[in-house]
Design a protein around this ligand. Structure first.
Ligand code: SAH
Length: 308
């Protein structure tokens, strides 16, 4: 694929979340006429639209997402393929229940594009970004009860430290937890800015300045993972999908950090040779052109397996 082909593709997504590794996903998923494909993280519909366009709407597509706003946009963008698309608001952990309720027992292909979308990240009221001052929320599914503010204000020092360490791989986890516990004795931490200021105090200036990434990045990632139970969902959701795959059907998973990728790799490895063969023994990464056009894709890793 050359650069101008890639540009013409990304151009179509201006204003929306740009789907990552679209060509690679289409290549590996290889959607076939009359097949049933499930996009478990439909988001604003980028990959789903690509699947429908590639197959001229000749497949049945189930799109799942637990974010209501994302689904509204996806439904609008997929309206041309309305007859062939079903969008469901659910967690992909409930994949068996969702498909059962639609009378589907076997699937030709699954796609997971993990993490959050640009829609969520860029919406100030959702509290995913530390660039502005907003309520500390971070729920992808706003029906859920627990927000990031609740975790930050209620968890013990040890629990906070452990979340920052395991989900953020944050070297200052202990100090950050300690500073948060001190701060919340004075006042609850309810906004992104309050949290950023507290974290800033915990990290010595010379480390803040010398670091490649912003000092709050890892803690924000860690809280997001904890609020949405993201790793747990992958652990439960992907094996359930593998059960539902038809022989010869494929499962494609794009992850964005090593914690996610490690889990996906392990799940595939556990059933390799018994239920699956690995189509991508080595992970697939975006081309340098794609990373240039869409920097958000830089950490993406695609793994694909096929049911035997
Ligand atoms: N491929 C999409 C973007 C997906 S971004 C596109 O091209 O537009 C990831 C999406 O996964 C987000 O919309 C998020 O709400 C959703 N998501 C994350 N975890 C989920 C879960 N457990 N169940 C359902 N949706 C989930």
């Amino acid at each position: 694929m050359n650069n101008s082909q890639r540009k013409s593709w990304t151009w179509k997504y201006e204003g929306f979340h740009i789907p990552v590794m679209v060509h690679e996903v289409l290549f590996y998923l290889d959607p076939q006429k009359d097949g049933i494909y499930v996009d478990c993280t439909v988001g604003t519909g980028g990959h789903s639209l690509a699947i429908m366009e590639r197959t001229a709407g000749k497949v049945k597509l189930i799109g799942i997402d637990w974010d209501e706003e994302a689904l509204k946009i996806a439904s609008e963008r997929l309206r041309k393929f309305r007859d062939k698309t079903i969008l469901v608001r659910a967690s992909f952990v409930e994949i068996k229940k969702v498909l059962e309720s639609l009378g589907i027992t076997e699937v030709n292909g699954f796609l997971y594009d993990l993490g959050i979308s640009s829609l969520q990240l860029n919406d100030p009221k959702r509290g995913f970004s530390f660039k502005e001052d907003n309520p500390l929320d971070m729920r992808m599914d706003i029906r859920k009860d627990i927000t990031a503010a609740q975790l930050v204000n209620k968890l013990s020092l040890r629990e906070l430290e452990s979340i920052f360490r395991t989900f953020g791989e944050e070297r200052w986890a202990a100090r950050m937890a300690k500073f948060i516990v001190e701060e919340r004795k004075k006042q609850p931490i309810s906004t992104t800015k309050q949290l950023v200021i507290t974290l800033k105090r915990a990290v010595p200036a010379k480390f803040r300045k010398g670091s490649r990434i912003h000092f709050a990045t890892r803690v924000f990632q860690a809280l997001r993972i904890a609020v949405n139970q993201e790793l747990e969902n992958i652990r439960l959701g992907i094996p359930a999908a593998i059960d539902l795959l038809k022989k010869g059907g494929r499962i494609c998973v794009i992850s964005y950090h090593s914690l996610e990728d490690r889990i996906v790799k392990r799940i595939f490895k556990e059933v390799e040779g018994k239920e699956l063969i690995l189509i991508t023994p080595k992970v697939v990464k975006p081309s340098s052109e794609e990373i240039q056009n869409n920097p958000r894709s830089r950490s993406a890793k695609l793994r694909v397996a096929e049911k035997i």
